[in-house]
Ligand binder design. Sequence first.
Ligand code: ADP
Ligand code: MG
Length: 246
Amino acid sequence: MNEEHIPAISFQSVNKSYEQNDTRYDVLRDVTGHIRQGSITAIIGPSGSGKSTLLSVCNLMNSPDKGEVLVFGKEVRSWDIKELRKTAGLAFQSAPVIEGTVRDNLLLAEKLHQTQVYTPEELADFTDLPHELLDRNAKELSGGQRQKLSLARTLANPPSILLLDEITSALDPASVLVIEKLITSWHQQKKLTVLWITHNLEQAERISDTIWFMAEGRLLETADTKTFFKDPKHEAARALLQGSGR
Ligand code: ADP
Ligand code: MG
């Protein structure tokens, strides 16, 4: 459907600021960059550097103040919002769950779009959620189980672009690897484009082919992953790597 030379996502001079107590905070400053179809990009950078906000403008959870965000060549505000969110699916670190059971949450796509590719049982298997949780109240889940639920819900109708915001931060090391394997194997089989925010630099190195390094609302560095970890260009990027003991 999508011509391959068109980027999955293009950010063109994207700016976003918030006002708080009469002070303006620039959260995204003139971000320009292109996400290649079929790539896995790890977005890294200190807390507060604008990473989550950058993902949120891709599916219009937030809109840019200035600049444009194109998804498969079409500006996000020209998309039908439901179609946009089906195409670019977002999973969070702490997902808001809907009232009801885990199963109800895993049938949300059916409810919203009248169609769903995978059953709750299949989605639970993909994300390593035990079946006995399916009939539990979703509000009772632990932080890690919620992360799995958020991802499972996003995969019910596999999107072409997967936006992942620190989805493994509350998981034990074994579950982290299960989720990484799930994403990388889906990426290969289903020609997914993945944007994955992570604080875990080892994870970024394992899973991505491209690194986007952000600081203070700017996209300071884009590089292929091997090059970035061998030879980061910016002082702030070097500091981040050193801070993590590398
Ligand atoms: P990151 O994901 O890199 O930690 P964020 O995109 O979440 O960064 O946030 C960047 C900055 O924007 C932070 O300082 C945050 O407090 C601020 N921010 C984010 N969302 C809002 C909002 N809705 N209102 C006010 N400030 C916000
Ligand atoms: Mg964030």
